[in-house]
Design a protein around this ligand. Sequence first.
Ligand SMILES: [Zn+2]
Length: 111
Amino acid sequence: MHELAIVQNIIGIIDAEAEKNSFARVVEIRLAVGEVSGVIPQCLSDFFPIASKGTLAEGAKLVSNVLPVTVRCNTCGAEGKPQNAKCFSCGSSDYKLVSGREFYVDSIEVE
Ligand SMILES: [Zn+2]
């Protein structure tokens, strides 16, 4: 039920925004979902209509933009997508994750 908790969290963010900016309806919610964040966009889409029922977010479109994994190589300093779990530039497996694990509400379109 991990995704349901996330969806409820998103709706909580929208409620807080609505209090600050007084809008009547949410048209679209854009999420940034890291490739290795552990969040499954399809599960969010499945839970969203249930969790948003009766809230400002009801009927809104939920869009998940998947952010690819990016690493920075500790050997050559290159930054980009790893290939076969190795640095795309020098082949080293000594690198750290720069992006791909994040998950956040990117933007909310309201009326
Ligand atoms: Zn490298």
